[in-house]
Design a protein around this ligand. Structure first.
Ligand code: NAX
Length: 335
């Protein structure tokens, strides 16, 4: 019988929160032999709705669920946290400019970062989903302080990564397990670089490069555009933003971070840029790279050749992240 780990979900009563909590409680992230305490953080007005979710959790009778603790107090929520899914964020309202959005979210991720720095375990894994995810993650890390390190933080670009796998598989009429080594570089935004130039696909006659199995012009044009604007397409069709697929992406990103990436493949994760500044990306931002994870240690896959088109995109998304950081630091008065 395992000692329970403490798993925090913020924005737990929201649509992604509702889609993720049952899968975490069931064992989809930490495995079927791991008992879990769920710490569910919400704002006060959402606590009654959260209570309904908790009734449903109980009604699922998950054997791994050791306890459920709803709260509107970040200090309580992050106490002894082992893993955190930071999903709750302030949505962009009509007419709201970018700096107002960064200020609102900065306020949320400042308070949560401070609480994580003070109360979470030093081994905590913090995955930021709430948008703008990369910059919210940077703010959270800043306020968590020096007792936590780069390896404690990541932001989610796995939904974009999974969207690439799904779309390539659909175009080649294979299942997604046959497609490997796609990359999302940079920001979770329209400037993200959806790079299939190293991807492979297992077809009936062997393993082939995706560049070749599909036309390069499409992969760098209409395909990349489709992936980058997929969120908007889902909203248009469904009348609501991606929830089940976003929850699934957070589950797969945390699972690979916790349990290691599969042999022979990598995943995309937005992480604090390491000291050796891979691919020339400058430190001080949260940037998505291809990574492998072994026993909890995240390593950027180095030495991949990037063509001129991909390199230009990598620089553009880096510039956007630097500008977002500057706007957020200004809004929060960080020197
Ligand atoms: P919802 O609006 O359904 O839920 C957000 C929840 O967060 C609400 O219940 C709200 O009460 C709560 N909340 C707000 N402030 C909070 C605070 N200070 N502490 C705790 N809870 C708080 O949004 P949902 O569809 O669940 O999306 C959540 C976030 O994920 C959004 O910022 C969204 O933009 C972002 N996404 C990020 C993705 C990514 O790939 N990184 C993809 C999916 C998603 O769009």
């Amino acid at each position: 019988m395992s000692t329970p780990i403490n798993v925090v979900i913020t924005g737990a009563a929201g649509q992604i929160g509702y889609a993720i909590m049952f899968r975490i409680a069931k064992g989809d992230v930490f495995g079927c032999n791991q008992k879990i305490n769920l710490h569910l953080l919400e704002i006060e007005p959402a606590l009654p709705a959260l209570n309904g979710c908790i009734m449903e959790l109980q009604d699922c009778a998950f054997p791994n669920l050791a306890g459920v603790f709803p709260t509107a107090n970040p200090e309580e929520a992050f106490k002894d946290a082992d893993a955190c899914f930071l999903i709750g964020a302030f949505p962009r309202k009509d007419g709201m400019d970018r700096s107002a959005l960064l200020q609102k979210n900065g306020g949320i991720f400042r308070v949560q970062g401070e609480a994580i720095g003070k109360f979470a375990k030093k081994t905590v894994k913090v995955l930021v989903v709430g948008n703008p995810a990369n910059t919210n993650c940077l703010i959270c890390q800043h306020y968590a302080g020096a007792s936590l390190k780069n390896e404690n933080f990541s932001a989610m670009t796995r939904l974009d990564h999974n969207r690439m796998l799904g779309e390539i598989a659909a175009r080649l009429n294979v299942t997604t397990d046959k497609v490997k080594k796609v990359i999302v570089w940079g920001n979770h935004s329209n400037t993200q670089v959806d790079d299939a130039s190293h991807a492979t696909v297992e077809l009936a006659d062997g393993v082939k490069a995706v560049y070749g199995a599909l036309p390069q012009a499409d992969l760098e044009g209409e395909f990349a555009q489709k992936i980058a604007t997929r969120g908007g397409a889902v909203i248009k069709a469904r009348g609501a933003s991606s929830a089940a697929s976003a929850a699934n992406a957070a589950i797969t990103q945390m699972r690979d971070w916790w349990c290691s990436t599969p042999e022979g493949d990598w995943v995309s994760m937005a992480i604090p840029v390491p000291d050796d500044e891979p691919y020339g990306i400058k430190k001080g931002i949260i940037y998505s790279f291809p990574v492998v994870v072994k026993q909890g240690v995240v390593e950027v896959v180095k030495g991949l050749e990037c063509n001129a088109h991909i390199q230009a995109g990598m620089k553009k998304t880096e510039d956007e992240l630097i500008a977002e950081k500057q706007a957020a630091y200004e809004a929060l008065n960080i020197q």
